[in-house]
Design a protein. Structure first.
Length: 152
């Protein structure tokens, strides 16, 4: 009986740690894609349309997550979409913004990038909504929460 109570108490904690480790995979992958996109943009002044072109060492599909991206001229959205109903998905965004939003002495024609990493509020296998950029102010969409953000 004592063992049963012990397992009842310890098991949920153990399962939460396992879930957090699995979710860290997607968080780290999306963060790596964000950074890769910033570096790619700094060199080529466009975002990459493939994870492979970023030359980062990540798998785009694992047992737990699918990684992908969607690119426009002004932004790229990078996903870590859960393949397990009990794991949360992640979405990152990298946006082109005027450098004057970041650097005081930047010329008006210079541009830079800013990034954000968001985590879905709920577990599941649905792609989370993209973060937004309203006049240089980036934010996670409804249904997600911000983990990190910054500038290149």
């Amino acid at each position: 009986m004592v063992i049963g109570v012990f397992v009842w108490i310890v098991r949920p904690s153990f399962l939460n740690k396992v879930r957090n480790i699995k979710q860290a995979e997607a968080r780290d992958y999306v963060s790596s894609i964000n950074k890769g996109q910033q570096a790619y943009f700094a060199e080529k002044t466009v975002f990459s349309t493939s994870v492979k072109a970023l030359e980062i060492s990540i798998k785009t599909e694992t047992e737990n997550y699918n990684s992908s991206l969607l690119t426009t001229k002004k932004a790229t959205f990078n996903y870590g979409i859960s393949q397990q109903k009990d794991l949360k998905s992640y979405v990152g965004g990298v946006f082109v913004i005027p450098a004057t939003k970041v650097y005081l002495n930047a010329s008006k024609n210079k541009i830079t990038t800013t990034y954000i990493l968001c985590k879905a509020d709920s577990a599941g296998t649905i792609k989370p909504p993209e973060p937004t950029n309203q006049n240089g102010k980036i934010a996670c969409a409804t249904g997600t929460r911000e983990l990190t953000h910054g500038y290149h």
